[in-house]
Design a protein around this ligand. Structure first.
Ligand code: ATP
Ligand code: MG
Ligand code: FE
Length: 334
């Protein structure tokens, strides 16, 4: 099937046409980063308004780029949740209107299922598979015995890793979003500062990043209060080392303990160069195949929603036109 997918869960207004869950025909993303940067983070009301402003143009551009009309489509897919409710509603209502007007089935997609299926756009996922989703709102290890079957075996107990990146970045005066900034700055620094790693219980697959975050914040505040200089690049490098160590250890242990040949590393933070590098080395060592989507498919986009929509298409999971945006939509109960 040829599916037009729409994604508006946070601050990216995105649409894409994906065929068979694997082939990107067109892919458009309008990022609002420049708008939210001045506020130091995403302002929900502002995000919704910009989605409204950009949505029609983005959908039009997507079909033009694909050289298709609505008559060529088999379905409309949309991110149902999780995300900012006002932002989600713009995508959901657009998708409902398009489905109704063109008499097309409406496919509801979970945003995290989208991040995971970005992998299918670069390589075929073979089940059972393990996914490590690292993003602005999630840090989860998800085991999939079969397609569409999501078992969350571990997740963060406090901050998501992207959240920690953004907060640490803000503390050392880097602009929003902080992840890419820390990534860059860390390359100029040295891992000279010993920040903690939260291992939790020995057999747990959960994560915790608030201790690490606080430790960086305290370090910076103590130094500045005493009038001492701080080396931002060293802080970035040391913080990132802690994150990388924990993510790689957890992912490797999960991949070895569960029956899996592949590990999918995905979500906005999977754009991080140090995480990608370390994960590659480790997976090679333990003989697990690593799938990491390219940067543009790791951060929010609609092509990944189109890829995940293929699973819903096969399950004939057609949404009614009463579909609503669900800010805390669960992945497991689908
Ligand atoms: P979720 O997917 O959990 O709903 P989200 O959609 O807001 O959250 P994404 O867009 O998937 O999150 O990811 C955004 C996060 O990724 C931000 O926290 C950003 O700082 C982080 N990020 C982006 N690039 C990098 C990078 N190179 N290194 C580290 N973090 C990064
Ligand atoms: Mg985003
Ligand atoms: Fe996301």
């Amino acid at each position: 099937p040829t599916i037009l997918a729409i994604e508006t869960s946070c601050d990216e207004t995105a649409a894409a046409v994906v065929r068979g869950g694997k082939e990107i025909i067109s892919n458009q993303v309008a990022s609002q980063i420049a708008i939210h940067e001045q506020f130091g983070g995403v302002v929900p009301e502002v995000a919704s308004r910009h989605h409204v402003q950009n949505m029609t143009t983005i959908v039009k551009k997507t079909l033009e780029e694909a050289e298709l009309t609505y008559a060529d489509l088999d379905a409309i897919a949309v991110t149902e949740g999780p995300g900012l409710v006002g932002a989600l509603l713009v995508g959901v209502n657009t998708a409902k209107a398009l489905a109704y007007a063109n008499d097309l089935p409406l496919l509801p997609v979970h945003h995290i299922a989208g991040h995971i299926h970005a992998a299918n756009l670069v390589q075929t996922i073979e089940y059972p598979a393990m996914a490590l989703v690292v993003s602005g709102g999630h840090t989860s290890l998800i085991y999939m015995e079969d397609e569409g079957d999501y078992q969350i075996i571990g997740e963060t107990r406090d901050d998501a890793v992207g959240e920690a990146y953004d907060k640490v970045a803000r503390t050392i005066g880097l602009p929003y979003p902080g992840g890419p900034q820390i990534d860059k700055l860390a390359q100029e620094g040295e891992e000279t500062i010993e920040f903690p790693r939260s291992w939790l219980e020995e057999d747990s697959y959960d994560f915790s990043f608030s201790g690490l975050k606080s430790s960086v914040l305290n370090y910076v505040h103590n130094r500045t209060q005493r009038g001492e200089d701080i080396n931002k690049a060293d802080i970035a490098a040391s913080f990132q080392r802690s994150v990388v160590d924990v993510l790689v250890e957890r992912a490797a242990r999960a991949a070895m303990s569960y029956d899996t040949k592949q590990l999918i590393l995905t979500g906005g933070v999977a754009a991080n160069s140090a995480i990608r590098e370390a994960m590659e080395v480790k997976m090679k060592k333990i003989g697990v195949q690593l799938i990491v989507p390219p940067l543009s498919l790791c951060t929010d986009n609609a092509a990944m929603i189109g890829a995940a929509a293929h699973v819903e298409w096969k399950k004939k999971n057609i949404a009614a036109l009463t579909l609503n945006g669900v800010p805390n939509l669960s992945l497991q109960k689908r």
